[in-house]
Design a protein around this ligand. Structure first.
Ligand code: HEC
Length: 158
């Protein structure tokens, strides 16, 4: 039985280590890319899986006020509206939801709005990931042009 010389096993070991080092880097880059793609970003549409899941959550928690397809609540005439009562604005492109970045929309969903108790903080009921999915769904109600103009860019797009 021929034995492998020590210096050869040493070389093999070094090669293996180099290979594992490269493999780790490749895995890291792949995971980083995947993780970036699985998060909807301002100015980019969400993935279809995010939109489907976001729609389900929207219908469960938001539809009662913000309406089917985000059309918003029907305006209530001032003379019968309680002072300070705000109706839920549309979240489709008819109102200015698209002036906000994804992060601002997520912040509004999780922490609610100062100006009205009617829009509650959903933190505790919805996770940040849930809010992201809902935002991906809301963005699916916007045209590609509006999505491209989302957030701080809206000023130069008008
Ligand atoms: C009980 C009614 C109600 C429910 C349920 C509700 N909202 Fe609202 N929402 C409001 C009201 C009222 C406002 C504020 C309107 C205003 O400021 O003129 C608002 C405002 C918002 C805004 C701010 C939009 C902007 O352009 O500033 C976002 C985003 C929003 N809601 C998302 C959601 C999401 C997502 C859900 C479900 C998780 C939800 N809302 C559930 C009533 C509701």
């Amino acid at each position: 039985m021929s034995r492998i010389p020590v210096h050869k096993t040493d070389q093999c070991y070094k090669r293996l280590r180099r290979f594992l080092f490269m493999l780790k880097r490749v895995v890291f880059v792949v995971l980083l890319t995947l993780s970036q793609h699985s998060i909807a970003e301002t100015g980019q549409p969400g993935l279809s899986s995010e939109i489907t899941n976001g729609k389900r959550l929207y219908e469960q928690y938001c539809l009662t006020c913000h309406g089917v397809n985000g059309v918003g609540e029907r305006p209530i005439p001032k003379y019968i509206r309680a002072p300070g009562f705000l109706t839920a604005m549309p979240l489709n492109e008819a109102s200015h939801a698209w002036y906000h970045s994804d992060e601002q929309l997520i912040e509004a969903v999780l922490n609610g709005l100062q100006r009205t108790q009617r829009m509650p903080a959903w933190k505790g009921i919805l996770s940040e990931q849930d809010a992201r999915l809902i935002v991906a769904y809301i963005k699916s109600l916007w045209s590609p042009r509006i999505i491209a103009c989302q957030g701080p860019k809206h000023m130069s797009c008008m």
